[in-house]
Design a protein around this ligand. Structure first.
Ligand code: ADP
Ligand code: AMP
Length: 219
């Protein structure tokens, strides 16, 4: 069994969610994306989701207490021997410290921080063509990863939508937040010797193969 805790780091649109979904299936391990958890909370109309909405719509980070309350219970429910993937969390060094505290209580720790790297313009092209299933959160792309049938989800047939924050102005703001608040995380993990990089500009299956090679070295 794959027992490592892996965190994915990279600006919006590099393909973290796409790879997390494929790896979760390939290794039979859970993956959690805080963005998905927040969108789910909003869809269910919970107070946390409604509070998070204004930050998400503006492209700002949602306050730590909201994000932590959602992710903590997911992590704590995972059996100790199982590894898992975190996508979009932590996003600040303060969140990384909170993650360390949660894991320490479970006698676990982050084994790999994987930075997704690619050219800015191609990344924006990915974001503007991204479509998601509002029901199951599965991600598609109008050209690079289209659904089998016209703009409905392969899994549940729901009509795909564009995320409201995949709008040009909000994309710019989310990218600025990444370079300001999240990028410093790289040195946090580099200093521990657990940071690795993947070339995220390749086609989906090639990126998957590269990450699988990294995972297999850790088994
Ligand atoms: P992130 O989770 O990093 O924000 P996503 O996984 O949602 O990024 O990917 C952003 C968009 O780019 C989606 O529409 C996805 O289908 C598409 N995509 C992801 N990886 C690739 C790739 N390697 N090549 C082309 N398109 C990709
Ligand atoms: P994502 O789906 O990862 O692109 O995240 C969408 C939005 O959710 C972000 O722009 C933030 O507003 C919010 N969000 C997701 N993860 C976090 C996090 N770890 N900390 C703060 N806000 C987050």
């Amino acid at each position: 069994m794959f027992g490592a805790v892996v965190v994915f780091i990279g600006p919006p649109g590099v393909g973290k969610g796409t790879q997390a979904a494929k790896l979760s299936e390939a290794y039979a391990i859970p993956k959690f994306a805080t963005g998905d958890l927040l969108r789910e909370a909003l869809k269910n109309g919970t107070p946390l989701g409604l509070e998070a909405k204004k930050f998400m719509d503006a492209g700002h980070l949602v306050p730590d207490d909201i994000v932590l309350s959602l992710i903590r219970e997911k992590i704590q429910a995972i059996p100790q021997s199982s590894g898992f993937i975190l996508d979009g969390f932590p996003r600040t060094t303060a969140q990384a410290r909170s993650l360390d505290d949660i894991l320490k209580k479970m006698c676990h720790n982050v084994s790999l921080a994987l930075e997704f790297v690619m050219d800015e313009e191609d990344r924006i092209r990915r974001l503007s063509g991204r479509r998601i299933c509002p029901q199951c959160q599965r991600t598609y792309h109008v050209s690079f990863a289209p659904p089998k049938k016209d703009m409905v989800c392969d899994s549940d047939g729901t009509a795909l939508v564009q995320r409201t924050d995949d709008d040009e102005k909000v994309i710019r703001q989310r990218s600025a937040v990444y370079w300001g608040a999240t990028n410093p995380l790289l040195s946090y993990y580099r200093d521990r010797g657990i940071l690795k990089t993947v070339d995220a500009s390749k086609p989906i299956d090639s990126v998957l193969t590269d990450i699988r090679n990294l995972f297999d070295q850790m088994k």
